[in-house]
Write a protein of this length. Structure first.
Length: 265
């Protein structure tokens, strides 16, 4: 199959599985997909929050499967439970679980760095390792990997988070080459600042910040197409994409000037 032969998954194809579904983008995206007619499986460590959300929908439409994305056997078991309880395969997998940790020069910590990578990168890999064999056997499936515009290039105090998201962009683009041959649509989702509990501790300026609902709406529209990247909001996306075209000397000079203008120099 070629890129032209790919199509997005539809509710009749199977179940949508979302990690990091207890709050923020994951929870709002679940709401949108349920309204669209999907049967949705919700995974996160905080089962109480998942159950509180699920009680507003018919039991046969929502499956709560608590699991830690950093544990590969737990993710494999979660997939098996979802498909056994729903009686249908996972057709749409949204790897959304992630953590943010401020990390610059003064607070650089190898253990904390590893924790960010364990959730943001290995957590995605564990979900993919679970769903890919079945999708390849069925020669159909759709995968959305939630990265971030922070993965485009280095940003201040984002040495761990940005590196993890850059890894996801690389992972998704690498898999996209082969996925079409197996009928699998791979997409990367690169949000800008979204008002979620994850970034509440981030005291940096958050230009063009979106609500979780607005972000989920944009993701839903992107998932209905076959384009590789779902990125928003446009001003943030284009500013950062332009910035990575700059020579390094100019890029760092402009960053230093921006810090001085904000009183951080």
């Amino acid at each position: 199959m070629t890129e032209r032969g790919l199509r997005p998954a539809r509710p009749e194809d199977g179940v949508a599985w979302i990690t990091g579904a207890s709050s923020g983008i994951g929870r709002e995206l679940a709401r949108f997909l349920l309204d669209e007619g999907w049967t949705v499986a919700l995974t996160a460590r905080r089962e109480a929050e998942l159950q509180a959300f699920a009680q507003h929908y018919p039991a046969e439409r929502v499956f709560v499967i608590a699991a830690d994305v950093t544990e590969a056997p737990a993710m494999a078991n979660a997939l098996a439970r979802i498909e056994a309880e729903a009686g249908r395969p996972v057709a749409l997998a949204i790897a959304n679980a992630g953590v943010w940790r401020r990390m610059g020069l003064s607070d650089f910590d190898a253990e904390a760095f590893a924790q960010v990578m364990a959730v943001n990168v290995l957590g995605v890999a564990n979900m993919l390792a679970a769903v890919l064999p079945g999708m390849r056997a069925r020669r159909f499936g759709q995968i959305g990997i939630v990265a971030s515009v922070a993965g485009y290039l280095g940003l201040p105090r984002a040495s761990a988070y940005g590196a993890s998201k850059a890894a996801l962009i690389h992972m998704a683009s690498s898999l996209r080459f082969e996925a079409a041959e197996s009928g699998i649509l791979v997409q990367v989702i690169n949000p800008g600042f979204v008002a979620t509990p994850m970034i509440a501790a981030n005291t940096a300026s958050k230009p063009f910040v979106l609500s979780a609902e607005a972000a989920a709406s944009r993701i839903q529209r992107g998932l209905a197409g076959t384009g590789f990247e779902i990125a928003f909001p446009r001003p943030t996306v284009w500013l950062l994409k332009l910035a990575r075209l700059l020579p390094w000397r100019l890029f760092f000079a402009l960053g230093a000037l921006g810090a001085l203008a904000r009183g951080r120099g």
